[in-house]
Ligand binder design. Structure first.
Ligand code: TRP
Ligand code: ZN
Length: 905
């Protein structure tokens, strides 16, 4: 029963914003919960906005059955306009009045998982962005903030736990085996932060005392049987609370803070005030069932949702165009938190590299494709489509640059200046619904002498202009003058609706190294003395030249250290320079980046060459450098694993004008094969040195060791594929069976599956029977198979077969994604088939899923975003598949927007 909005898709524009015509000061909701027919009584205190002319009250609603509308206790006339309830005859003046609306809805049939729905016998809600209107008629917009009182009534035996936002003020039995609970939220909030949960759940509880001495109760609710997997989430929550108080002076403002896990969830998690609702994937973790990556994800998502309590909830968005106000800022905060938790500089760098890798492999393509949009979009047809990598991850980079640009001599990182900006932001805007401009203004005003304050209007182009800027760097060394002249030029490609871009403010952190790898003192022509190490140049023009003096020999530039801006940096590095950076740079990010550039250059050469892919894509210089990294005594295992991992196929594809996915796949496979053989003995050494790590702990050091051991084992199995030597596959199988934790077990299984060894089948079967009762582990089992390298066109038939498996459930988003999204989004070599069968499969699934869950379908629909860059025959076939989806007459707004934009590319 998805609601397909009739008529042509309407576009919502940022410039059309008007304040709400009415305010809702209080809401008193009473739910009679029943899966098939839940009754919702909604009593509001409403007041006309005196700043606007008198007009009708238009309330949003969707998939509701309306039974009654009363104004100040008496019946009133109303009409429906589309899905809106319109009330015209309201009391005159601006005095508040009572509005009472009684509706029913059907949570059991709510397959979209927006609004009120049932998952495994438990009621959950999801209201962001526009789900509250599926619960009751309301002004469903974030700038209408109300005080909520919620009474839940339900069958006591089936739903012993009744939760909502805020504090529990009353509870007790009712007639007929029912009971009730009454909750009052002490904070005003927009309705997208409303939540309720009702079901048979158990919880872990923890009392904490804040810095100011107040006591708080923390609770994590899960299904019976999952309690032993909640310790890590609880620890992460406590760490996040302590961190926000320590770094930003932001305390927990509630007596009670709850997290509830559900296995049916469209996204990662949701920051409802005091009652966060999570996808089980980001709550549950035990050493036996979760990998190191899962543990890290739980930590960062728990922190992310907690941090929203201030950045999102206490100060919220004026309208949904401002989404990055809360999301970009909160991602920045969770990234900083994870780095601070990681501890050592090296572990911090590993986290930074991982974050940048996500940005470059996934956000850069988005910014170069048909769905490209500014961090603060100007228009949308369906807001759900704008919970994107651009709003989240690029938005976080835009916040990070603000931190960099408030830095000073005494505060080089900008951390202190940034904390001052946050303080001012909350002094000004606590309790308000504001814009991205308000945030940047507070940051600049708190740091009046900073580059940010000086350049604010231009800096804000990062919010308004889409596309990834390119920075071209050219360096000329003048031996007689002893100068090095660095010219930085920026440009930004056209994006939909934005043919021409103005220059950005781009902080370029850099250092100069000698040919021997020594960090050189940096002195610009106008400066009286040199500074050692890192410094940040701020590029504001289309092209600028910087002259460094007193240099005895040609330097090796280490540019964009720490990835100081979300740009593509182009520089004609020689191999020798890259090898110097890889071996000696003091900036770990650029050290890693040098290795990636070396690999990328070799991949691109082989891809662009005519004729069949050579067996030897990698040369001795590269292989020797990788060997040196692997044996380096001073580098962490986690960092080595990142350096030894080849650039992803999609990242390679982004560097090309025309993408032949099969050729990219073949070249990368050849590189992997070569790396496996040429470094065989080194992999043996690495494996033996890192395979034993004692009792499981998800700390950065031991997880880095497990990652490197896992990669080594995979390489050894890949090598065994050609030489037929059964020793390493045998060892992998043994490790798979004996492993003391899921990380080692899964890495061993993956090594067998990726290398395509015969033992893989046995191992997969064993894994399934061992973990068949654990949904999250089964998701991994499905995903591993759907994402396996395609050797003979066998993956698509396997994917179809997996969909017939008794454990496959299309309606469960995690399970659907584990098979379908993994295949369409994360397995390009298997998806882009010359016979177009991958695209036909995609088309079928998008339509099939759209009929019951548009949000999930629209994300899948984006798998063909980059169709126009494909080589033939892929290009025409992909376009045809998109056109087939677009031609369907009963599409959701969500999917329609994605495919319409794709076809316009
Ligand atoms: N605001 C949530 C977050 O940042 C994500 C979110 C937005 C969401 N819309 C959603 C989650 C819909 C589930 C369903 O973390
Ligand atoms: Zn968020």
């Amino acid at each position: 029963m998805t609601s397909l909005r009739e008529g042509p898709t309407t576009v919502i524009r940022r410039e059309d914003y008007v304040a709400p015509a009415y305010f809702i000061d209080t809401v008193d909701l009473t739910f009679d919960l029943d899966p098939a027919k839940t009754r919702v009584l909604n009593r509001m205190r409403v007041r006309r906005n005196p700043a606007l002319p008198a007009q009708a009250l238009r309330l949003d609603g969707e998939d509701l059955n309306l039974a009654r509308v009363l104004v100040n206790g008496t019946g009133t006339s109303f009409r429906m306009e589309g899905s809106q309830l319109v009330l015209e005859k309201l009391p005159e003046g601006t005095e508040p009045f009572e509005l009472e609306i009684f509706t029913t809805c059907n949570p059991a049939k709510n397959t979209q998982l927006m609004g009120l729905y049932v998952s495994q016998g438990t009621f959950f809600t999801q209201c962001e962005a526009e789900g509250f209107r599926r619960i009751t008629y309301f002004l469903d917009r974030p700038d209408v903030m109300a005080s909520f009182t919620v009474t839940l009534r339900a069958d006591q035996a089936a739903y012993p736990v009744l939760l909502s936002n805020g504090n529990l003020v009353e509870q007790g039995p009712l007639e007929g085996g029912r009971h009730y609970a009454k909750w009052v939220d002490p904070h005003k909030k927009p309705c997208y932060l409303f939540a309720l949960v009702a079901g048979n759940l158990v919880h872990r509880e923890q009392k904490i005392i804040s810095r100011s001495g107040t006591e708080h109760t923390l609770q994590v609710y899960v299904r019976r049987g999952d309690l032993d997997k909640t310790e890590h989430a609880m620890h992460s929550l406590m760490a996040a609370i302590a961190w926000d108080e320590a770094r930003f002076g932001l305390p927990l403002d509630l007596e009670r803070f709850m997290i509830v896990a559900t296995s049916d969830f469209n996204m990662g998690a949701m920051e409802n005030k005091g009652l966060n609702i999570f996808n089980t994937k980001y709550v549950l973790a035990s050493p036996a069932t979760a990998t190191d990556t899962d543990f890290a994800n739980v930590e960062s998502v728990v922190a992310h949702e907690y941090f929203h309590n201030w950045t999102g909830n206490r100060v919220t968005c004026r309208d949904w165009f401002q989404l990055s106000l809360k999301e970009g800022l909160t991602v920045f905060r969770d990234q900083e938190f994870s780095m601070d938790m990681a501890g050592s500089p090296s572990a911090r760098a590993v986290k930074r590299i991982e974050d940048v890798r996500v940005l470059r492999t996934a956000q850069f393509p988005e910014d170069a494709g048909p769905m490209a949009h500014p961090v603060r979009p100007d228009q949308y047809a369906e807001i759900n489509n704008f919970y994107t990598l651009t709003v989240y991850e690029k938005g976080a980079e835009v916040v990070r640059m603000q931190q960099t640009l408030v830095g000073s001599q005494s505060d080089p990182s900008g951390r202190e200046g940034f904390a001052k900006g946050m303080k001012l932001y909350f002094e000004r805007h606590d309790g308000q619904a504001v814009t991205c401009d308000d945030f940047a203004q507070a940051m600049a005003d708190a740091n009046p002498d900073s580059d940010l304050a000086r350049l604010l209007p231009q800096f804000k182009r990062w919010y308004s202009q889409a596309g990834t800027p390119r920075v071209k760097a050219q360096g000329i060394y003048n031996a007689s003058e002893r100068t090095y002249t660095l010219t930085l030029s920026q440009s930004c490609p056209a994006t939909p609706g934005q043919p021409v871009k103005e220059p950005f403010v781009i902080p370029v952190a850099l250092g100069l190294l000698s040919a021997e790898g020594q960090e050189l003192p940096l002195q610009l022509a106008h400066e009286s003395h040199a500074r050692t190490g890192n410094r940040t140049l701020v590029l504001t023009q289309a092209s600028e030249t910087f002259t460094f003096i007193n240099l005895d020999s040609a330097p090796v530039p280490s540019l964009l250290r720490g990835f100081s801006a979300p740009v593509i940096l182009e520089h004609d590095y020689t191999d020798t320079q890259l090898l110097t950076l890889l071996a000696h740079d003091t900036d770990p990010f650029n050290r890693w980046e040098a290795g990636q550039r070396l690999a990328l250059r070799r991949a691109l050469t082989a891809i662009r060459a005519d004729g069949p892919v050579p067996a030897e894509v990698l040369d001795t210089a590269y292989l020797d450098a990788m060997r040196a990294v692997l044996h380096h005594p001073g580098l962490d295992a986690a960092f080595k694993e990142l350096v030894l991992t080849l650039p992803a196929e999609t990242y390679i594809g982004e560097q090309l004008d025309v993408v032949d996915p099969q050729r990219i796949h073949t070249v990368r496979e050849a590189m992997r094969q070569q790396l496996a053989h040429a470094l065989h003995d080194d992999w043996v050494h690495a494996y033996e040195a890192h395979k034993d790590n004692g009792a499981y702990r998800p700390d950065p050091v031991s997880s880095g060791r497990r990652a490197l051991a896992g990669l080594a084992l995979q390489m050894l199995c890949v090598a065994a594929r050609d030489n037929g030597n059964p020793v390493w596959p045998g060892k992998a199988y043994q490790r798979f069976k004996d492993a003391g934790n899921m990380t080692d077990r899964f890495n061993a299984l993956q090594a067998l599956v990726i290398s395509g060894h015969a033992l893989a089948q046995e191992a997969l079967q064993r894994f399934h029977s061992q973990f068949q009762h654990d949904d999250l582990v089964l998701d991994k089992w499905f995903a591993l198979q759907a994402g396996a390298p395609d050797r003979s066109g066998n993956i698509l038939p396997l994917v179809r077969q997996l969909m017939q498996h008794p454990d496959f459930h299309l309606r469960n988003p995690n399970r659907a994604r584990s098979v379908i999204s993994t295949y369409c989004h994360a397995n390009p070599g298997a998806f882009h088939r010359a016979d177009a069968a991958g695209y036909a499969f995609w088309c079928e699934r998008v339509l099939e899923i759209d009929a019951f869950n548009p949000q999930v379908a629209a994300r899948l629909a984006r798998a063909l975003d980059r169709w126009s860059k494909l080589a033939e025959p892929y290009r025409s076939a992909a376009r045809e598949a998109i056109a087939r989806v677009a031609a369907h007459d009963a599409l959701s707004n969500d999917v329609r927007e994605v495919v319409t934009r794709a076809l316009a590319d």
